[in-house]
Design a protein around this ligand. Structure first.
Ligand code: SF4
Length: 473
């Protein structure tokens, strides 16, 4: 997928003025949050589960070379084939070659973020294959020619009216909308996809986890579409980032418990499949050829750098569900595969600090993402660190650099800082009544909302006054 991260600001403004999108976001808001909160309440030891999840991922990353080799050896023993892809071009070339060898025309695809990352659909379509997305959300956005806007709910930005219109146009050639209920729309998509499931030669899926001790791949969905993509076609291809590894099946169990609860508030996702190699003689179904493409695409570099913690991510989406910025503008504004707080850290790693300049700044640093992350990734710390990197690399605009330098200089001189803060708050208090509509230098704020008027004293003064009032020293 071609990055549009450099257009974050205009896209965010567009999103804020898009009434349909705002309706869809308002509807989605809260659902994920409430369900996660309820699911966590059900288990008293959720914090220790998080701790275990973090430890498993940390341990795996520290010995990633060992576990990758173990996974490869086990998978080969089970009759599978392993391909190592250094970058997006490698991954798409390998997959297109396998599809050609299989003499494929139609390819079924279950949702895969790694596939999005390498632009798999575009590459395979260019090579002449028909791609059919089988996850309902992915199917909807494929019909709409849009990228996903959420990692677990790709079409969360679409209203029921929009989906109905889309189905009526594509499935029935109608321009007039015949509004239907959600179950009817789901049923309609199922009817269309059923025929495609039966006629595809190749299936492609992602992986939620790769298990080193058995060479198994774990895939979770709520629709069972990945299982059908894995069992119906003759050839199956899995594409997965190398960080998806865990050492044992028991580790996989721990992470799956964290994933379901954090993502959709389920104790376990409805369909949780463990696939180990190709079809055996006694198996009633399954692929006769089974390939796993292990994608690096910059992950080894991350492993050796200061954003290594980000490789713990299990793609649950909880950080974006709890992020007020994501909740206001949706995922498309972020301009690349990964939106929200995790995307604001990941995207600069993949497309560059410069291209993704605005993303680390699209954050209020309220810390909710960190507090809900099941593997305790310190997202706000990394966003601050990315801002530092941009400053050091002189990507930050000159005016901002000078302002930050001046701020830093003053902040290191407490007397001067307090004097300046006192003067500024007195000055601002006399600028209007209740609020300020136009504040030079803070146009980004006052264009969209009023700036609340300070009351003429600094926080420190108010703190001191209140302490004195309570008789404290
Ligand atoms: S960063 Fe944490 S909360 Fe966000 S998607 Fe990854 S695991 Fe989930």
């Amino acid at each position: 997928m071609q990055s549009q991260a450099h257009r974050f600001k205009p896209r965010a403004v567009e999103a804020l003025h898009n009434e349909t999108l705002q309706q869809a976001l308002a509807k989605a808001k809260g659902g994920f949050i409430d369900k996660r909160a309820a699911a966590i309440q059900e288990i008293p030891d959720f914090e220790s589960l998080r701790q275990r999840g973090e430890t498993i991922k940390e341990h795996t990353l520290a010995h990633l070379d060992v576990y990758l080799e173990q996974f490869e050896a086990q998978l080969l023993r089970q009759g599978g084939q392993v391909h190592w892809a250094e970058d997006a071009r490698d991954a798409t070339r390998v997959i297109a070659d396998i599809c050609r060898e299989a003499d494929a025309k139609r390819i079924l695809k279950a949702k895969t973020m790694a596939g999005e990352e390498v632009g798999l659909n575009e590459a395979l379509e260019e090579a002449g294959f028909e791609i059919v997305e089988t996850d309902l959300g992915e199917y909807i956005i494929q019909l709409a020619h849009e990228p996903p806007s959420h990692i677990i709910a790709p079409a969360v930005h679409k209203t029921r009216e929009e989906i109905t219109r889309l189905f009526d146009r594509v499935h029935h050639g109608l321009e007039e909308v015949r509004l239907r209920e959600v179950p009817d729309l789901v049923d309609e998509a199922r009817q269309v996809l059923r025929e495609k499931f039966l006629s595809a030669e190749v299936g492609i899926s992602g992986a939620n986890l790769l298990v080193a001790e058995t060479g198994s791949v774990t895939v979770v969905t709520n629709e069972g579409n990945a299982d059908l993509s894995m069992t119906q076609p003759r050839v199956h291809i899995v594409i997965a980032g190398i960080e998806k590894l865990v050492p044992t099946l028991e580790d996989a169990g721990t992470l799956l418990r964290l994933l379901g609860r954090s993502a959709t508030g389920q104790a376990m996702t409805a369909y949780t499949s463990l696939v180990t190699g190709d079809r055996r003689e006694e198996d009633p179904d399954g692929p006769v050829e089974y390939h796993v493409v292990l994608l690096d695409n910059g992950r080894s570099r991350m492993l050796a750098g200061k954003y290594r913690d980000m490789l713990r991510c299990i793609r649950c989406g909880a950080c974006m569900n709890h992020c007020p910025v994501y909740g206001s503008i949706g995922g498309h504004a972020y301009g690349w595969v990964y939106p929200g707080p995790m995307g604001a850290v990941l995207t600069p790693q993949f497309v560059g600090l410069d291209e993704a300049y605005d993303l680390p700044h699209a954050c209020t640093l309220n810390g909710r993402c960190k507090s809900v992350c099941p593997v305790r990734i310190p997202l706000p710390d990394m966003l601050r660190s990315l801002r530092d990197d941009q400053f050091e690399a002189r990507i930050t605009p000159a005016r901002t650099r000078w302002a930050l330098k001046l701020w830093g200089w003053v902040a290191r001189r407490p007397r001067l800082y307090h004097l300046g803060a006192r003067l500024a708050s007195r000055l601002l208090a006399n600028l209007g009544r209740g609020s300020i509509q136009h504040l030079p230098g803070a146009g980004g704020w006052t264009r969209g909302r009023d700036f609340p008027l300070p009351q003429g004293e600094t926080f420190q003064q108010a703190w001191k006054r209140q302490k004195e009032h309570r008789g404290e020293r």
